[in-house]
Design a protein around this ligand. Structure first.
Ligand code: ADE
Length: 308
């Protein structure tokens, strides 16, 4: 359970009903989040799939308040930009100190609240620490590579991920040069800081872990996922069979599994054709998919320039 704590803290409880023998076989990821606003995370990470993944020890999360790693009297983390211009820039020392201190400790370590500011582990401002080479240190920034399902799947292969949430007008470039190994954007728009972007990344990665969704097929059949060969998922229905004169397509009530599968595939193709034709360029399409798309007005020469 993550509390609404302003200091650093970790959530890694193991659910009571989960046999320990199962844990060995499950892939586990530890997230270290570096932020000036740790309490932003308490709501989203304490609900639903993320909460269950924490309870089942599929993931663990430590929130590190960058401000805890300042030693000046006012705990300042930002300053005006050299060369003028508006806004504030996040200073390099608190972030680099936080990242180097945490990542040179085992996963699950965080600074105790009573040690914040006053009793920090030794750190050198002059010499870079050697960081674990297999732990990506990701800066969430609109300048990063655009997050997509392939990147999410790659990140899900790591056992530890460090996420730095930038704020204000940006972070001092030396943070990138000293500790950042990857930069990720959640889209071509600007939000007020990397925190919401980090939560999106954690959610997307976590739902790929076996056992996270609580049903077998899990994320495999999601839009953009390998189970759908790069297509968008088609329309879905549940009870009641008729709502405001709109009925569920009769084929879904037919009990004929092969026909249902074929209908679903065609609906996925149509939805992708109508909404994101650029995805068809890279989708794995069978001869009958191509024939169906052709019948509906698409040909491979209609290749669109991908927007992602
Ligand atoms: N911080 C501000 N905007 C962002 C974006 N689009 N992606 C990731 N981090 C951000």
């Amino acid at each position: 359970m993550l509390t609404k704590n302003e200091h650093s803290e970790c959530a890694s409880e193991i659910g009571e009903n989960f046999a320990e023998t199962q844990l060995d076989t499950l892939h586990r990821i530890h997230f270290d989040i570096f932020t000036l606003f740790p309490s932003m995370f308490s709501g989203p990470l304490n609900e639903s799939i993320i909460k269950r993944a924490i309870d089942r020890a599929l993931i663990s999360i430590c929130l590190h308040n960058i401000r805890d790693f300042t030693t000046d009297r006012h705990h300042i983390c930002d300053d005006t930009p050299y060369g003028g211009g508006g806004g504030m820039i996040m200073k390099p020392e608190p972030i680099v100190r936080a990242v180097e201190t945490v990542l040179t400790h085992p996963a699950g370590w965080s600074l105790s609240p009573e040690d914040a500011y006053v009793n920090l582990p030794t750190w050198s401002a002059d010499a870079p620490a050697s960081l674990p080479p297999d732990t990506p240190v990701i800066l969430l920034t609109p300048q990063g590579r655009l997050l997509n399902q392939r990147i999410v799947a790659d990140l899900a292969q790591h056992q530890r991920l460090a996420l730095i949430c930038g704020r204000y007008e940006g972070v001092d470039e030396r943070v990138r040069l000293q500790v950042v190994t990857d930069e990720i954007s959640i889209g071509d728009y600007v939000i007020s800081g990397g925190e919401l972007a980090a939560m999106i990344l954690i959610d997307a990665v976590t739902r790929l872990l076996p056992g996270a969704l609580g049903f077998d097929l899990g994320a495999h059949q999601d839009s953009h996922s390998p189970g759908l060969d790069g297509l968008l998922e088609g329309p879905q229905y549940t009870r009641p069979p008729t709502f405001r004169d709109q009925s569920v397509p009769s084929i879904l009530l037919s009990g004929h599994h092969a026909n249902v599968d074929r209908w679903r595939r065609e609906q996925a193709l149509l939805r992708t054709l109508h909404r994101r034709p650029d995805l068809l360029n890279h989708a794995s399409l069978t001869a009958s998919d191509l024939a169906f798309l052709h019948k509906n007005g698409w040909s491979p020469s209609d290749r669109q320039v991908s927007s992602t």
